[in-house]
Design a binder for this molecule. Structure first.
Ligand code: 4AD
Ligand code: MG
Length: 429
């Protein structure tokens, strides 16, 4: 007999279900088990006198053990859980659980130690389902626009991007590094004439940050496309992409997100507001009295980033904000610059946290080499600048943090938004 999910078990029929024992009330003549599987919960009712073999198994049971049960599914208005119960005729204990090391209110670190148990909760199941829907919608959106999905290596021979924040490891008789971004290879795909590509994969950062939004390994959703006129084409594509992603999440999980997390999933309207970094600092000072030293205004400070959410809601009634015109010192050497030297890129801030950095890239070999040299990057990036020697279309793209998206969607920390969190002091389980 084939197992059915509890929310699909047909009333009036004899069926087989399986899952975890969420709750157990073992009385003298009757036993009541709350069975939980991926789809929901169901009450199992055992008449111990009528089925002594089942009763024997029930006596061994502990909470969170895994069982398979067979019996008839009947309606019973007295049952709180959906007015249905399975009258058990057969019960197999698949796996006995030891006493639970976690409680509902355990501290976050204990939950991380026993993440596989922590993930059994309804909220965490929803978190992973919403993330799945979000990424699937993004993939679908891009596939329908003829993007090609690529998988770039994470083991690399030279530090990507900056050289700091990179994990170094032994690679036979030499050094290798863990990729900090697929950036260089995304651009190689442009030089290969692929025109439109994306990748969803692991990103490693050797950052000693202990915040709600930093991990040493996270999932990046990166894309790159050719023949753009400016970085505004990249912003436009990203705005549409995220609109599609959040529309899918709202449609599929909006109700449950509201029920379990108390949050509305808002589908952003187009176009998203945008502001130059300097103008944003002026607005934050004028409206909220926020000030920072002039020397810090080339980049967005963490406080300003958070406060920008208030500004974006007050001024535009929008949760997203594009910030442009960062200073060249603070931006990567591969960002294209205009005549005034302003990087042709942006950050996208959602609910006060950076989720993306994007840009038009410098595709002209000589200019690119010059910009790398100015940042003191020579031989390290030679393999990369070679990509631009034999013809390369103008192009741009962005990198989006998937875990950051999930975390902001549900107002949780990044630890909870990852399947397994990695930080400077956490490498297990
Ligand atoms: O802003 P980042 O560093 O940009 C790049 O990697 C560029 N190569 C992207 C580009 O195409 N220009 O990283 C991209 C995104 C961030 O906006 C953030 O959402 C996420 O990756 N991110 C992190 N997420 C979790 N933990 C960390 N330590 C993160 N660092 C970046
Ligand atoms: Mg960034």
């Amino acid at each position: 007999m084939k197992r059915v999910l509890v929310n699909e078990a047909p009333v009036g029929e004899y069926c087989r279900v399986a899952g975890f024992v969420e709750n157990l009330r073992n009385k003298r003549y009757m036993a009541f088990i709350v069975l939980r599987d991926f789809s929901g919960k169901l009450q199992l009712t055992v008449d111990k006198g009528a089925y002594p073999e089942v009763a024997e198994q029930v006596d061994r049971l502990t909470v969170e053990s895994v069982i398979t049960a067979e019996g008839r599914l009947v309606e019973n208005p007295a049952v709180k859980m959906g007015g249905r119960e399975l009258v058990v005729e057969k019960l197999t204990v698949e796996s006995i659980s030891d006493a639970m090391p976690l409680m509902a209110d355990s501290a976050i670190d204990a939950r991380m130690d026993y993440r596989w148990i922590d993930l059994r909760t309804e909220k965490n199941r929803l978190m992973l389902q919403a993330q799945t829907t979000m990424v699937a919608a993004m993939r679908e959106f891009l596939l329908s626009r003829n993007f090609v999905e690529i998988h770039t290596p994470k083991l690399i021979g030279a530090a990507s991007e900056s050289g700091s924040d990179v994990f170094e490891l032994e690679y036979f008789d030499r050094k290798a590094y863990l990729s900090q971004s697929p950036q260089f290879y995304k651009q190689m795909a442009m030089a290969a004439g692929l025109e439109r590509i994306f990748e969803c994969g692991p990103v490693f950062r050797a950052e000693k940050s202990f915040t709600r939004r930093h991990a040493t390994e996270f999932t990046g959703f990166d894309l790159e496309f050719s023949y753009i006129d400016s970085f505004r084409d990249v912003m436009e594509l990203e705005a549409e992409l995220l609109q599609a992603a959040l529309a899918a999440v709202a449609e599929k999980h909006g109700g449950e997100i509201e029920r379990l997390f108390g949050l509305k999933t808002i589908v952003p309207t187009l176009p998203y507001p945008q502001i130059k970094l300097h103008d944003l600092y002026d607005e934050l000072e004028r409206r909220y009295g926020y000030t920072v030293d002039e020397s810090e205004k080339g980049d967005l400070t963490t406080d300003a980033e958070q406060l920008s959410y208030r500004f974006s809601m007050d001024e535009y009634g929008h949760e997203f904000l594009f910030v442009t015109d960062y200073s060249a010192e603070k931006r990567a050497f591969y960002h294209m610059r205009d005549e005034k030297g302003i990087p042709q890129g942006y950050d996208l801030i959602w609910r006060g946290t950076e989720i993306t950095t994007g840009a038009q890239r410098e595709h002209r070999y000589d200019v690119l080499k010059q910009q790398a040299a100015e940042k003191g990057l020579g031989d390290d990036v030679k393999f990369y600048t070679e990509f631009f020697r034999y013809g390369c279309p103008p192009h741009g793209g962005f990198g989006l943090g998937v875990d950051r998206m999930t975390m902001l969607l549900l107002d949780i920390g990044i630890k909870e938004a990852e399947f397994l969190f990695r930080s400077p002091n956490r490498l297990t389980p």
